[in-house]
Design a binder for this molecule. Sequence first.
Ligand code: ADP
Ligand code: ADP
Length: 229
Amino acid sequence: MLKMENIAKVYRTDTVATHALRDFSLYVKEGEFVAVTGPSGSGKTTFLNIAGLLETFEEGQYQLDGIDVRDLGDSARSKLRNEKIGFIFQGFNLIPDLSLFDNVDVPLRYRGLNAKERKARIDEALEKVGLAARRHHLPSQLSGGQQQRVAIARALAGKPAFLLADEPTGNLDSLMARQVMELLESINKDGTTIVMVTHDPDLARRAQRNIQIVDGQVSDFDFGQSRRA
Ligand code: ADP
Ligand code: ADP
């Protein structure tokens, strides 16, 4: 589970303090698929970056699978992130001159896995996203939707408990967006908890639960609903 209570996050420059999150509380249970919407600048990316242990916070409590994140040092935070979290971004963030196989391999190389284990994970992840046959291709040889599926494979290869997605369909046309959404739904059915920021109300509606962030706070808790067919 992912449990935030009364989180405050302030970005300071010499002259300005921006309260990106204030009194922010959210509980995501294991196995949920949560869609996060809200106006531009409301704190969605800040929330995701804190959830993914990319950023720290000033006040409040954050527990990830029962581990109190607040007081972890940098290396313990990185270790927990590597163990638990996979990220997907709007811009795919693939390395242009590496094959799909080698792109998926990049984060695995940091984990001290041997070549055989890495290959098994890469094959399995590329299989899951339907691109095993293209493993030797470069990202530029793929459509945007396919590139995002490679980015998803890269996240999956780390076997994360949580997949955090920041506008994963923002650069895709609606057909490719639906395909990526279907893939995320399938990954969620396999047991991965997903939190997805999106501007697309049609995609948000397909998640199990919608929350809205307004002005750095959760404005709309929608617990009961399960809209999925
Ligand atoms: P959203 O993802 O909903 O568009 P963000 O989380 O990116 O919102 O931003 C929330 C607020 O924090 C905005 O006012 C934004 O300008 C500010 N902010 C985000 N990152 C930084 C930063 N690194 N330095 C200063 N202000 C920031
Ligand atoms: P936006 O949320 O403004 O539409 P993106 O989805 O491209 O933009 O990126 C969202 C956020 O994710 C950015 O604020 C950035 O700080 C963060 N981000 C993007 N790529 C990476 C990365 N490789 N590692 C860590 N953080 C990243």
